[in-house]
Design a protein around this ligand. Structure first.
Ligand code: NAD
Length: 388
């Protein structure tokens, strides 16, 4: 297959590498040769590391020979599949999709790696709306297995199937959303964890260290919620939060994250966020073993979101859990953790917080039905999953 990757930054060069490892001929387009040469160096370094670790058996030179670079979109003239990974700027994506639609064969699928721009709006800039799709890779693409596949309201079944097949062929695990929702699955759930962490601290229920210690030591997550936010970048977190709310998601009143961004404390990359990172380098945050934060409370809003996604037929519990395990390195899926902690305990926490005036915590219909059917999780042998 001939694949075009537009944008060779953090995501683009990694995506190009993944495609070339799988044997595809890859063309990479960016705005300058300086940028392209830097991307080439990074791909070389990464391939050498993978070769040394025996993750790949083909030589880095042979793989790199399948990758060509250009500063012109003309190279799109004979592609089968295009993946756009330019910065998250609506006008820029619009321009790229108009170019690609003009240059690429009518049969080619055009995918976007956008994190937040609606795929339907991007598709509308082309004359091939049914062939435009979201393909949301995780950073770094060569190591992260998950790809969210997001059809717009126009995407054809054929385009979805081809994208799912390509994702599998390059060794990734696709999670296909039934239809797009702002923030997809990954960021909708992540932002709910962030919002509850923020609310718990601002309301004085727990400290930042309490929440993060409970996340790491009780929920066994690889990072605390504030720690992970620092790692992602607090500006990125606030952007995702705002995009989801501006497109209809219920908000949670909490300003700690925005305040950090206003004071230019953006997390690891600026050396300071909720924690300090001397030299702008991530180090595992030291946390106390003990915490007064309740793990069921910490995940309650995220589980409510997960139940909403299931209830609306966007993904099932297993798919949510795949997203959290492969996209966020959770040792267990979120919905599985909910079953273990007890769906009743999750709902009690939601109702308690809802009473404090937070509408987002109103338990969704599916959760209320599960409680009335007694499907409270592992103890009841049925929750989001069945247990024997
Ligand atoms: P980046 O800034 O690291 O890279 C973008 C690249 O696009 C740069 O090399 C830039 O020179 C190039 N570019 C800019 N204008 C261009 C043009 N007109 N034609 C061709 N190339 C052009 O950005 P990134 O972090 O790789 O993000 C790219 C996309 O992937 C965004 O939509 C982002 O939301 C999404 N995304 C990012 C991450 C992440 O963790 N960084 C994860 C998932 C999705």
């Amino acid at each position: 297959m001939r694949i075009l990757v537009v944008g060779s930054g953090t995501m683009g060069h990694g995506i190009a590498e993944v495609m070339a490892i799988a044997g595809h001929e890859v063309k990479v387009v960016d705005i300058s040769w300086d940028i392209l040469n830097r991307a080439k160096e990074k791909m070389n370094e990464s391939l050498n590391r993978l070769y040394e670790k025996k993750v790949i058996s083909e030589s880095p030179e042979a793989i790199m020979a399948r990758i060509s670079m250009s500063t012109s979109y003309d190279v799109a003239s004979d592609i089968d599949f295009g993946i756009e990974a330019v910065p998250e700027i609506f006008e820029l994506k619009k321009k790229i999709f108009q170019y690609l639609d003009e240059k690429a064969p009518k049969t080619a699928i055009l995918a976007t790696n956008t994190s937040s721009i609606p795929i339907s709006e991007i598709a509308e800039f082309t004359n091939r709306k049914e062939k435009v799709i979201g393909m949301h890779f995780f950073n770094p693409p060569p190591l992260m297995k998950l790809v969210e596949v997001i059809p717009s309201k126009y995407t054809s079944e054929e385009t979805i199937n081809e994208t799912v097949e390509l994702t599998k062929r390059v060794g990734k695990v696709p999670v296909r959303l039934k239809i797009e929702v702002p923030g997809f699955v990954s960021n909708r759930i992540f932002i709910r964890l962030v919002q509850e962490a923020c609310r718990e601290v601002e309301s004085g229920e727990a400290s930042i260290q309490d929440v993060d210690s409970a996340a790491r030591n009780k929920l066994k997550l690889p990072m605390g919620i504030f720690e992970l936010s620092d790692y992602v970048g607090l500006d990125v977190v606030v952007d995702i939060w705002k995009v989801i709310v501006s497109r209809g998601g219920t908000d949670v009143k909490c300003s700690s994250f925005e305040k950090k961004v206003s004071s230019k404390e953006l997390g690891v990359k600026t050396g300071k966020g909720f924690y300090s990172y001397p030299g702008g380098r991530y180090v595992k945050v030291p946390l106390p073993e003990d915490s007064k934060a309740d793990p069921a409370r910490i995940i309650s809003l995220a589980v409510n979101e997960g139940a909403w996604l299931i209830e609306n037929n966007i993904v099932n519990a297993e798919e949510i859990d795949t997203v959290m395990k492969l996209g966020f390195n959770f040792p267990k899926g979120l919905m599985q953790i909910a079953d273990e902690l007890g769906v009743d305990s999750i709902v009690k926490n939601l109702e308690d917080i809802e009473k404090k005036g937070e509408k987002a915590y109103s338990p969704v219909k599916l959760l209320r039905e599960m409680i009335s059917r007694g499907e409270t999780g592992v103890n009841a042998k049925k929750g989001f999953y069945r247990y024997t």
